[in-house]
Design a protein around this ligand. Sequence first.
Ligand code: SF4
Ligand code: SF4
Length: 433
Amino acid sequence: MLKKPCFNLTKHKLEYESVKEFSSSILEVPLSEKSILFFDVSRETEIKPDEPLSVKPNNLLKTGEKFLPFKDKPSKYITSGVTGKISSINKFQSDYGKKYISITVNKEKEEIVCDKFSKKSKEPSLANASEFLQCIPGGISENILSNTEEIKTLFVCGTDNDLFSVANQYIVSSKIEALKKGIEILKNITGINNIILVVNKYLEQTALNAEIKTEVINSEYPSSLPKLIVKELLNIELPPDKSFIDIGVDFISAEAVAAIAQAYNTGKVPVDKLITFVKKDGSKLLAKARIGTPIKNLCAACDTAIDNNDRLIIGGPMTGSAIYTDDYPILNKTDAVIVQAADNISLTSDYPCINCGTCVAACPARLSVNMIVRYLEAGLYEVADDEYDLSACIECGLCSYVCISKIPIFQYIKLGKYELAKIKAKAAEEVDD
Ligand code: SF4
Ligand code: SF4
């Protein structure tokens, strides 16, 4: 868990990184000998702890092949990024109650690309997208693949969620035709007519030249977070007890839309993820790696050694999470990896809140963060929600970033929301009983 935003950022007005600042060449990370696939079972309440798996060590997987960890649940699958044999399968629990199955695959010498999608790709449909493209780079929501009638507006994010990440901006600036093609395919297979590309100002002309329906949002953090996009472009403030689908809205990244175009164009399931890599000196580059590549291989390809007490962060500096091992893999939604040298890590303190109000002034959700943090520190999650609207937090991390007392407010908030969800689930169960 990241205890504090990193790199001692000094401005309070934070601009998103622009892809213009990056070299136009992308570093290709070589295939690793081992690849690690994660299957998220956090929301699979019906999966019992001792439920048998349908894959075993020594099973051979082809590149782009999908496989079902549980044979009785054919709607959920993982896609292999390499050709190799399964060497081990482990179950583990991550932070905030997330549960995963981790499958390690040893690369074979010869790469064989799975051809099961190839024939079906000639006729794009929601059925074959759902059958093969659940795990594409950038990710695609279950609603887009199954609940399309309820989606009236689909935002394609050509912006990036956290500071430093530029994968989606790169797609708009360098792969605009693939993006356009992907939007056309999405329109045809889902029936969603109102698909809008969201970009920062400097990419507006690129999008308009390609005749893509486009909206511009400002480039100041955190304006590209989904709730703020809805507020700025649709003038809707999403209440905490409503989801985007309740107001007929969903989101997909520009990277995922370009991957859909690539899939139907080549007949192969895309398995390469774009990642912004931030070195210890703060320099940044854009890399491409197979999904499942261990972070240590990405670091090695980027000439970055991991020394004792250095910190590895998955995601951006505002909302990312520190990881404890460089064996952790690149997932289909891993947008950035940050390496911080041990002597450049900004630590939290034991200082109490001095009620300066800086976090309140910074909060885009206009919450009384100074009060929320008091109740969260005391473990009073329901009070923090009932009286101070904890659930309305949009998880931007600005409060932690500005806090003079260096209180890890954002981490308290994430923990508070997790505990609150458990309390509510337990209460709902008791009502059902
Ligand atoms: S993370 Fe902090 S600043 Fe951001 S919305 Fe939540 S309480 Fe407000
Ligand atoms: S910024 Fe930190 S010290 Fe100031 S009111 Fe907020 S929690 Fe308290």
